[in-house]
Write a protein that binds this ligand. Structure first.
Ligand SMILES: [Zn+2]
Length: 148
């Protein structure tokens, strides 16, 4: 695969996961998986995906924390963006929502959906979330349509 300066290389590194209660709509188990994102070889983001196991039709959340991860940086150097995920007839769809109260808000400043929508930060968070969806085998099922 070729790469030029305008298209940074994203590398997704899955880490741990934990169960996170039951789905509000169907009562099935929910899970949160997380991992790290490297851009052009350097640390760039971490991500959390919370979804209902086996149910790509229930609401899922992708939280992406973008910014600096070097020694001495704090959550003030990073921004937490929360994306609501839905699988539409047209394919995967992300929309930016408020990040307050999400686990991601503990490692980055929680952003508001209205402030982020349409900005380069939103573009980057969605690009990362899309790469996670394609690359992280744990969340792949979210991209597979439910049989009618
Ligand atoms: Zn559900």
């Amino acid at each position: 695969m070729t790469n030029d300066d305008a298209t940074p290389t994203l590398e997704i590194e899955p880490a741990s996961m934990k169960s996170s209660g039951r789905c509000a709509c169907c009562g099935k188990s929910r899970r949160t998986a997380w991992g790290f994102v490297y851009r052009d070889g350097g640390p760039r983001a971490c991500y959390f995906v919370e979804w209902t196991l086996g149910r790509s039709d229930c609401a899922a959340r992708f939280d992406v924390v973008v910014g600096s991860w070097f020694d001495g940086t704090t959550e003030d150097d990073r921004e937490a963006v929360s994306l609501e995920y839905r699988l539409l007839d047209t394919g995967p769809s992300f929309s930016v929502v408020d990040a307050a109260g999400r686990p991601a808000a503990e490692v980055g400043r929680a952003t508001k959906g209205g402030d982020v929508r349409g900005t380069p930060l939103a573009d980057e968070a969605m690009t990362i979330a899309g790469a996670v969806l394609e690359t992280d085998a744990r969340v792949r099922e979210l991209a597979v349509p439910v049989p009618a």
